[in-house]
Design a protein around this ligand. Structure first.
Ligand code: 6GU
Length: 235
């Protein structure tokens, strides 16, 4: 997969793209992450990328020129036109299903905004898919782009080892994770549940399933409802 990130702060991606699972995927060649800075396409001596809103009001608005040119730059000379995604709180909500869908694309371009927002003609002229990561306001799209890249890249073939993939399975079944323990067996008077020391694999599996269901019921009953609906429709 190739991911182009359009950002005014490309330095934020240096550490991110070199660390942990994403870093491993980049090193292995499973994903290539390239940043393009719209400021490099600014048209005036001050390298401006934003301006005051027509009609007045607080803050600044990202201008069309640098954004269109940056997008045209990442689109040029490409066999596959990248799927353009604008990170904005106005977008459709990102979830595991959308992560799975986007992990099937070969080329993504993530457009990160900053300041008060985008000139509306960026939407009209570039027709991006708009994605939000939740109902809160971030200062910029970069941290949201981290979230998308992490969730998508770990789904690419060969990025997770087998034990890690198995873990991911339980999430894709729509339940929260069961409680986990490692050594020591007793930590400050808190003991590991006996069943996990029993060696009875069928019993341990059943316990984990039950724990996952109970925990989901308690913390995220909405997930169980979606799960039932998916079950009823045969998904
Ligand atoms: Cl994708 N961008 C910004 N700026 N704020 C957000 C968001 C995205 N998702 C939730 N809040």
């Amino acid at each position: 997969m190739r991911i182009d990130v359009l950002t005014l702060f490309p330095e934020l991606f240096d550490t991110f793209a070199g660390t942990s699972i994403v870093g491993r995927a980049v090193s292995a060649g499973s994903v290539e992450i390239t940043c393009t800075n719209p400021r490099d396409f600014a048209q005036d001596n001050h390298r401006s990328v934003d301006d005051r809103p027509f009609g007045g009001g607080p803050g600044m608005v990202l201008s069309c020129g640098p954004i269109f040119e940056a997008v045209e730059h990442v689109r040029s000379g490409r066999e596959v036109a990248p799927t353009l995604i604008m990170l904005t709180p106005q977008g459709e909500r990102f979830d595991q299903q959308l992560a799975r869908e986007l992990s099937g694309e070969s080329d993504l371009a993530l457009l990160c905004g900053h300041y008060e927002g985008f000139d509306e003609r960026i939407r009209l002229g570039l027709n991006p898919r708009e994605v939000s990561i939740g109902d809160y306001v971030l200062s910029g799209g970069e941290t949201a782009a981290f979230v998308l890249i992490d969730a998508i890249v770990r789904l690419l073939p060969g990025v997770l080892g087998d034990p890690e993939s198995a873990l991911d399975e339980s999430f894709s079944h729509g339940l929260l994770e069961y409680p986990q323990y490692t050594r020591p067996r007793d930590f400050r008077g808190m003991a590991v549940p006996d069943i996990l020391l029993s060696g009875d694999h069928a019993k341990m599996e059943a316990w984990r399933r039950e724990q996952a269901r109970e925990r989901t019921q308690l913390r995220r009953p909405d997930l169980l409802k979606e799960d039932d609906e998916a079950g009823a429709s045969g998904e």
